[in-house]
Design a protein around this ligand. Structure first.
Ligand code: PLP
Length: 378
């Protein structure tokens, strides 16, 4: 009698947190020990080094670690002069955090349509400007920077302040300028699954404007200025020194991180470009205006929900961003806008695995299953 050998199913999780730790476990243990032995927990040299490293990478004068990017966006808005009663325009395809920051800064978030590349549509921004509009908060989504020429032109025409949600975009560029360096200020997230991740919550505010930095610093430090004098009401939002030390370590290989993500995106493009039922994100270097860093690889797919289930049945993790809800669809928060293009996109979008734990073979497996699902040869 012959026995059948059943091979274990290949598994490609959407994200693998233990693998991140395991890839550099000894380095992380060394960092924990060093920080612990120095007792260097709050506002120590590791934080200063990290802030300086990010500022010099982006070419901005000021960077300030914060507890998370949502806090960072709120203080960036407040420090940039956004006030109660102001309207701030954002893309409806963003995390609720963007709207939350605008709301808690006292302003009204006004979501608008995104464009075919899933980023805010400048024409929709222009159409949404009213006499109460004071700001635009573009989300540099999925590691791609918006058409900042178009947004800056609208801002100049109407006297609006731009504060970038660059939570997903460290290293991404538009026409040679980094996301986070347009407008008054920006915030970047170090949530564990981000391009540069720590082991919990973390973020940074970046700005080229010293006055904005000082105001943001006071807001995040109980209202105290850098000399320790109490000058306004403030709260507490700081990047932990331990996280800064971990981020310093991760940032030392950031060029390789970006190169690997762009390589994975190129593999997906190569292996899926003939599948007519899909719309893929722009391939790396397909548009000289954009340098994309692929925080996410977000496709559009016919029969999206069936595809997601099929991939899950074959051990492949995918995610529908924001639990499948655009900002204008969040009725519990009082939004009433009608945005048909975004509604349509939200029935089609799906994020494929995109992270440093993936091998080229994993990408081949994911692409192969997608091809099989639509009846294409692998
Ligand atoms: C587009 C966007 N904005 C804001 C945030 C909020 O960042 P954080 O979790 O650091 O507050 C995130 C992610 O978490 C995000 O993806």
């Amino acid at each position: 009698m012959t026995s059948r050998l059943t091979l274990p199913m290949q598994s490609v999780p959407f994200f693998d947190y233990p693998a991140v730790f395991g890839s550099h476990e000894l380095d992380f243990q060394r960092i924990f020990t060093d920080i612990g032995r120095r007792g260097a927990f709050i506002k120590q040299k590791d934080l200063e080094e990290f802030e300086n490293a990010i500022a010099s990478y982006l070419g901005v004068s000021c960077a300030m670690g914060v507890g998370n990017a949502t806090d960072g966006l709120e203080v960036a808005l407040l420090a940039s002069g956004i006030q109660p009663g102001d309207e701030v325009i954002l893309s409806s395809h963003t995390m609720v955090a963007t709207a939350v920051a605008i709301h808690f800064a006292g302003a009204t978030p006004v979501p608008v349509e995104c464009a075919a590349d899933h980023l805010i549509d400048p024409a929709a921004v222009a159409a949404a400007v009213t006499s109460s509009t004071r700001g635009i908060m573009p989300t540099q989504l999925n590691g791609r920077t918006c058409d900042m020429d178009a947004l800056e032109a609208i801002a100049v025409k109407h006297g609006l302040t731009i504060v970038e949600d660059a939570a997903q975009a460290l290293g991404s560029q538009f026409k040679g300028r980094f996301a986070g360096t347009f407008g008054s200020a920006a915030a970047i997230s170090f949530y564990p699954a981000k391009l540069l991740g720590c082991f919990g919550d973390g973020g940074i505010v970046v700005t080229g404007n010293r006055a904005v930095y000082e105001h943001a610093f006071e807001l995040c430090n109980f209202g105290r200025n850098p000399s320790g004098a109490l000058v306004r009401w403030g709260f507490n939002s700081r990047l932990d020194n331990l996280h800064a030390a971990i981020l310093n370590f991760q940032f030392s290989s950031y060029d390789r991180t970006i190169a690997r993500r762009r390589h994975i995106a190129a593999l997906y493009t190569q292996q899926l470009k003939d599948v007519a039922e899909l719309v893929l994100p722009p391939a790396p270097d397909s548009d000289p205006s954009h340098f994309d860093v692929y925080q996410n690889y977000e496709i559009e797919a016919e029969k999206r929900d069936e595809l997601k289930q099929y991939l899950q049945d074959h051990g492949i993790g995918t995610i529908i961003q924001w639990n499948g809800q655009a900002i204008h669809q969040l009725a519990a928060l009082g939004f009433t806008q009608r945005l048909p293009y975004t509604d349509w996109l939200f029935k089609r979008m799906l994020m494929l695995p995109m992270n440093l734990s993936l091998s080229d073979d994993d990408i081949g497996y994911v692409s192969g299953k997608i091809r099989t699902f639509y009846g294409y040869r692998s």
